[in-house]
Design a binder for this molecule. Structure first.
Ligand code: UDP
Length: 456
């Protein structure tokens, strides 16, 4: 049974409600660590899917609510993340309401005993109902935007994009720039079946009392300003958030530390790190092209092949015969890596990524140029920002064959085009470092956020 522990330095408690995907849980945990270090006490509300181990965070209180489908997905993987999202939004509203009601009831008693009263709820806007439930309890609510602000701007613009006739996308217009939204092109638009979800996310954000976002001013200042025109509420760009927590503390799956020992044996900037995040999956044919492309590039690589990466089969059954022997010492394969340590390792010279926002931001902040292979959701848009916007990575065309893959890898790692992306990302890395220092943009935003939360 959880308890309300001793009063915090600031005398206020925050309730945090993350969406249960790795790419959403990590930033929320980093935010929790940051706000705890500022003196708030923290309660995290979680579900049975991808549960965080409370023993890793003894200074937070964890509350869970039950849902049988989410519980079953944690034992045998769901068909895809949209299935999880649909369960989240169609059958978790009442359990969440009950859980929140109980927490608030206990908090009233704790406040009477001079323990921390609750200041606000910080929820992921993927939860469609968090806003209405919080309002029904008169509880102030902010959202944590875990993706980029440029993609949020695009989501806000979907109605006008539709009005201007860009939807559904026509084949002969795919390479047109979207008006007022460079560098996005028509082909980067999110798939139409996701639009209801994205418009609900915008609505959930709009009705909140503020947006905390995992970005920094120097990276996305104009998108932040334009989102503010659509959603005139306070915005706190306090990223990169992972810099607020010890890197190894926040992981849901066990990280294979032998990857660092292997990197220690490699030459500076020689290794390509290959990872497609926690949910993206590829066909067996794509996986095989990738495997052969890596081999034929002759570039050393560290490759994360997590369970579920290959649709319908496991890695052990999918590797070409004799592949590992052919790779020999030149490659190292793990199921899950300590990604931030990997990216900050001097041996790593490039990152072949699916461009999930966390991976993109981590690559920027560690100064590692990217080979972009987006797979779904906001990844196409993030890859466009990386390749055509900030020009800190090279975008792979879809369905490349192994010899083209090998050529792209060599371009990034060994040729002039790669060297130029490396130089540009090094400049951005410096900005990312400065923004967190005293007087830097994110540092100031953290101070404003703290005062704002204390005002409730
Ligand atoms: N990650 C990790 N080890 C790995 C692969 C990924 O720790 O082997 C972490 C990575 O550092 C990032 C998160 O998992 O913080 C993935 O989030 P992202 O937004 O990039 O992608 P998603 O998993 O949401 O598609």
């Amino acid at each position: 049974m959880e308890r309300m522990n001793k009063p915090s330095k600031l005398g206020r408690r925050l309730l945090l409600f993350p969406a249960p995907f790795h790419g959403h849980l990590y930033p929320m945990l980093h935010l929790a660590t940051l706000l705890h270090s500022k003196g708030f006490s923290i309660t995290i509300i979680q579900t049975p899917y991808n549960p965080i181990n409370p023993t890793h965070f003894p200074h937070f209180i964890f509350r869970s609510f039950y849902n049988s489908l989410l519980e079953s997905y944690s034992k045998s993987p769901p068909p895809d993340s949209f299935a999880v999202l649909s369960v989240m939004n169609n059958s978790c509203s009442e359990p969440f309401r009950d859980c929140l009601s109980q927490i608030l009831h206990e908090a009233e008693a704790a406040a009477a005993a001079d323990k921390d009263p609750i200041a606000a709820l910080i929820a992921d806007p993927m939860w469609k109902f968090a806003g209405s439930v919080a309002t029904s309890f008169s509880l102030p609510r902010l959202v944590l935007r875990t993706g980029s602000m440029s993609t949020l701007l695009l989501y806000c613009s979907l109605p006008s994009i539709r009005e201007k006739g860009y939807l559904p996308p026509q084949d002969n217009r795919l390479d047109e720039l979207l008006p007022d939204l460079p560098p996005f092109k028509v082909r980067d638009l999110p798939l139409e079946f996701t639009h209801d979800l994205l418009e609900a996310l915008v609505q959930e954000t709009k009705t909140s009392q503020g947006i905390i976002c995992n970005t920094f001013e120097e990276l996305e200042d104009s998108s932040i300003a334009r989102v503010h025109q659509f959603l005139p509420i306070p915005i706190f760009p306090i990223g990169p958030m992972y810099k607020h927590s010890p890197t190894s503390a926040v992981s849901i799956w066990e990280q294979d530390q032998t990857s660092i020992a292997w990197l220690n044996t490699q030459a500076p900037k020689s290794v390509l790190y290959v990872s497609f995040g926690s949910v993206a999956a590829m066909s067996k044919a794509e996986f095989l092209d990738l495997a052969w492309g890596l081999l034929e590039s002759m570039v050393p690589f560290l490759w994360v092949v997590r369970p579920g990466l290959i649709q319908g089969s496991e890695a052990n059954d999918s590797m070409p015969e004799g592949y590992l022997e052919m790779v020999g010492e030149r490659g190292y394969i793990v199921k899950w890596a300590p990604q931030i340590e990997v990216l900050s390792h001097p041996a790593v010279g490039g990152f072949w990524t699916h461009n999930g926002w966390n991976s993109t931001l981590e690559s920027i902040c560690e100064g590692v140029p990217m080979l972009c292979q987006p797979i779904f959701a906001d990844q196409d848009m993030n890859a466009r920002l990386v390749s055509d916007g900030w020009r800190i990575g090279l975008k792979m065309e879809k369905a490349l064959k192994r010899e083209d893959i090998a050529r792209e890898i060599r371009k990034l790692m060994l040729e002039e085009e790669g060297a130029q992306t490396r130089s540009r990302i090094t400049t951005l890395k410096e900005k990312a470092t400065l923004c967190l220092q005293e007087g830097g943009s994110s540092n100031k935003a953290i101070k404003s956020l703290t005062s704002y939360l204390l005002s409730f």
